[in-house]
Design a protein around this ligand. Structure first.
Ligand SMILES: Cc1ncc(COP(=O)(O)O)c(C=O)c1O
Length: 463
């Protein structure tokens, strides 16, 4: 009763203030006049946003929505999450009404508890749910919290490229200086298709990037956009450099369950001496094919996590309780089925490997040369042949070729991918501007729609 009265009063006040102006010319000109008087002349954009306000994703996503396009660009599944996860969410929404309210700021206790026990076994650590786990708004939130909590003005952050594109602006927003080191493909044998495993870091070049200002290195395995799964030997190299130079390792492992051809995902935090200096980031969105849930987490030693908690409690403070409850219940289910054929973490990569292979065969039929990914949702494909056959695609003179190619492909072939130069630093874009990224985490029907477009393309190619 009292609440109803309050809303009625608010509506009455609104009508009293705004009513006289509605639909009247004098009202419109008064509003314009007020607007002119109040327009601000101060610099509005905070300096930390300088240079990062242009986001190429906006342009490409818009292009894809304009025509009859099969969207193989953005990284999300277009099929439902597993039934047990959907039911867990339904239960969270319709069950205990207290799940509509705030919970503990650093994570809903059943979720921090199951994350601690589940990942404690995987990482070989005794994980304390209160000290070593922080629940965040997606892995994005975990990354942002980590950068803001640890990176200071002038600190250097080593970023391995091609990289998930937010690492660079997140470093810059924290006042840090990104230092890039590229994965490079080793020459492949005649006629053989590349694998993401042949993309490697040059150990000497990597070592040369570490200085006394290096604060952190960001690792992403399985990698987006390349699908590379770092081998134990590669991780040992990174680990030894981090230890030698006293550097924090932020490891983004959101695709850890999506590895193919029997490839093993290794968490760098399991290597000797690394737990103490590593933040391991995960995503329920990627884990349970529910990217809209936006639940993520960071695991690590209390000495690092206590700073992330300070950042979290002064920014986000809290993540949606019901989504956290659904993730907790889904992990509890997975823990019971761990390693068995009934486990989603076993079934998902098997199903997605079939999607990957389907896409590889289809892309090859029009002369695209996919790099076979060992993991993740993505593959990149080489468009060098097109670059030499049609070098003058429309676009600005300084626009990297892959961006012009994707626009051409959207318009002329009805297929959407993402140019790989988006995932690189500006000085290195030339190294990567003959690759585009496709997402194969898609339903059969989407892959069939892709086949149709590619078949048409193939017919056009016939002499
Ligand atoms: C490598 C990587 N890290 C983090 C994220 C963000 O994950 P979330 O949706 O949980 O914020 C993505 C999403 O595409 C990603 O590809």
């Amino acid at each position: 009763m009292a609440l109803g009265g309050m809303f009625r009063n608010a509506a009455a006040i609104y009508l009293h203030l705004v009513g006289p102006f509605r639909g009247k010319k004098s009202g419109a000109s008064l509003a314009r006049c007020l607007h002119q008087t109040l327009a601000m002349t101060k610099r509005l954009q905070a300096r930390r946003l300088d240079g990062i306000d242009h986001n190429p994703w906006v342009e490409f996503v818009k292009l894809a929505s304009e025509a009859d396009v099969v969207n193989l660009g953005q990284g999300f599944p277009d099929f439902p999450p597993p039934d047990f996860a959907v039911e867990a969410f339904q239960h969270a929404v319709s069950g205990d009404f207290m799940l509509n309210q705030y919970t503990k700021a650093f994570g809903y206790p059943p979720l921090t508890k199951i994350l601690a026990s589940f990942f404690g076994k995987l990482l070989g650590q005794d994980i304390d749910p209160l000290k070593n786990v922080l629940v965040t708004v997606g892995a994005y939130g975990a990354l942002f919290t980590a950068f803001q909590a640890l990176v200071d003005e002038g600190d250097e952050v080593i970023i391995i490229e091609p990289f998930f594109d937010c690492y660079e602006p997140m470093t810059l927003m924290a006042g840090g200086r990104p230092v890039f080191v590229s994965l490079k493909p080793s020459p492949n044998q005649d006629g053989e298709l590349d694998s993401s495993s042949s993309w490697q870091l040059d150990p000497t070049e990597l070592a040369s990037k570490f200085t006394s200002r290096t604060k952190a290195l960001i690792l992403n395995t399985p990698n987006n956009p390349l699908g590379k799964v770092f081998s134990r030997a590669e991780l040992e190299l990174v680990a030894s450099l981090c230890q030698q130079h006293d550097v924090v390792c932020i490891t983004d492992e959101v695709y850890q369950w999506l590895v193919y051809d029997g490839c093993q995902h290794v968490s760098i935090a399991t290597l000797p001496g690394m737990w103490e200096r590593t933040l391991t980031i995960g995503s329920a969105g990627k884990t349970f094919s529910a990217t809209g849930w936006k639940v993520g987490w960071v695991l690590g030693p209390d000495s690092l996590l206590k700073h992330l908690r300070t950042m979290h409690q002064n920014s986000i403070f809290h993540c949606p309780t019901q989504a956290q409850a659904a993730v907790a219940q889904s992990f509890e289910r997975e823990q019971l089925h761990f390693g068995q054929p009934s486990s989603y973490f076993v079934q998902l990569p098997q199903a997605i490997q079939r999607c990957r292979d389907h896409m590889i065969q289809s892309l090859k039929s029009v002369g695209l040369r996919p790099v076979i990914p060992q993991g993740s949702y993505f593959l990149i494909t080489d468009i060098s042949e097109f670059k030499s056959k049609m070098p003058n695609l429309p676009g600005a003179a300084d626009e990297p070729y892959d961006r012009r190619f994707v626009k051409w492909m959207i318009k002329n072939k009805g297929l959407m991918a993402i140019p790989v130069s988006i995932f690189c630093s500006v000085p290195h874009q030339e190294l990567f501007d003959h690759y585009i990224r496709f997402c194969f985490m898609k339903d059969e029907s989407t892959l069939r729609a892709m086949d149709k477009k590619l078949q048409k393309w193939k017919d056009e190619l016939r002499p």
